[in-house]
Design a protein around this ligand. Structure first.
Ligand code: TRP
Length: 321
């Protein structure tokens, strides 16, 4: 047993398996089958995603880390000292560690849906920063977030790295940023990582790595349904398919049935034709101007934006208009 840390608090608001159930069944019933991407992140999925972030082809993580290292002090200057920082989809803790070198915080609240992953990575931050209050919240941040009562600090920052905002439809992304804007108050800032539009070949490679880790990550969704929702997917009868849909400005991730088959999920039956797809995720790519226009619709105005020399990735600092 680890000794409890006096500066570490864990708030478990993980959705119940029943909540997933309804979304999964509804997603598979539709004309175009789909599954919610937040289901990727069970423990195995979080580990596979971590492996993706280190792949040579997957430029976003490495590029965003470079931006944080290079411009962290400027970011800290805009955000200000002694506030509360909420991180959405905190995953592994590499990025916040870089910001914490430049930023003096009173409290840090990482929010993630992957429970044990969050417990470990947030606990390690609390251990290494004894003067920092760490409140980990395990919840689905695509739904309105209820903050624990102890969060009455004036200065609030929301840190939303990884271009996860691109995994929402633009309409949902706008709604999410509206909720963030309300949370920030007049003095707060949103620091958000956004993957930029670029050469389709580069995008294609980032989502079709040569080691096949991305394929394992995508297929792990089915393994999880087999285990947690009493499904009987034959994982070997599906394959990973990802491509850049240029007119829509998004990478699409699919699982394609390689043979005709019937699958049971918790007593419900679903037919698949050969070549039929389950759409598992989109990853929208935005130019700086496109993203600023979307943020403006959510009541946020840009204060600064940083990008790397190759214009692969951007980090925006936004505040309530
Ligand atoms: N948020 C990541 C992204 O859009 C998620 C991701 C990376 C992903 N690779 C994937 C999702 C492969 C499904 C399949 O870049």
């Amino acid at each position: 047993m680890e000794a409890a840390l006096p500066n570490f608090f864990f708030h478990d608001l993980h959705p119940a398996p029943e909540d997933f159930h309804a979304e999964v069944i509804a997603g598979l019933r539709g004309e175009n089958k789909r599954l919610p991407p937040k289901l990727f992140y069970d423990e195995q999925g979080s580990q596979l995603f971590d492996a993706i972030t280190r792949l040579p082809e997957y430029y976003p993580t490495r590029t965003e880390i470079g931006l944080l290292q290079r411009h962290g002090p400027d970011m800290a200057g805009l955000v200000g000292d002694d506030g509360l920082l909420l991180e959405l989809g905190s995953g592994s803790n590499i990025k916040i560690r870089i910001l914490l070198e430049a930023l003096r915080l009173q409290a840090y609240a990482p929010i993630d849906i992957s429970r044990e992953f969050l417990r470990l990575s947030a606990g390690a931050i609390a251990q290494d920063h004894p003067a920092l209050q760490v409140h980990a919240i395990c919840t689905d941040y695509s739904k309105p977030i209820e903050l624990p009562r102890c969060f009455d600090t004036e200065r609030r920052t929301v840190f939303f790295p990884g271009s996860s905002i691109g995994n929402f439809e633009p309409e949902q992304a706008r709604e999410l940023m509206q909720r963030v804007a309300a949370l920030l108050g007049p003095d707060g800032r949103l620091l958000i990582g956004v993957d930029l539009k670029k050469d389709p070949e580069r995008l294609h490679a980032a989502y079709n790595d040569s080691q096949g880790i991305t394929a394992c990550f995508n297929l792990n969704l089915l393994t999880r349904l087999n285990r947690e929702l009493d499904a009987d997917f034959d994982v070997s009868a599906f394959r990973h398919h990802a491509f850049y849909n240029e007119p829509l400005g998004r990478v699409e991730m699919h699982l394609i049935a390689t043979i005709r088959q019937r699958v049971r999920v918790d007593g419900c039956c679903f037919e698949f034709q050969t070549g039929e797809s389950i759409h598992t995720e989109n990853s929208y790519k935005y130019s700086v101007d496109e993203f600023q226009a979307l943020a403006a619709q959510a009541g946020l105005i840009g204060e600064a934006v940083w990008q790397d020399d190759d214009a692969l990735f951007s980090i925006h600092c936004l505040k309530a208009a």
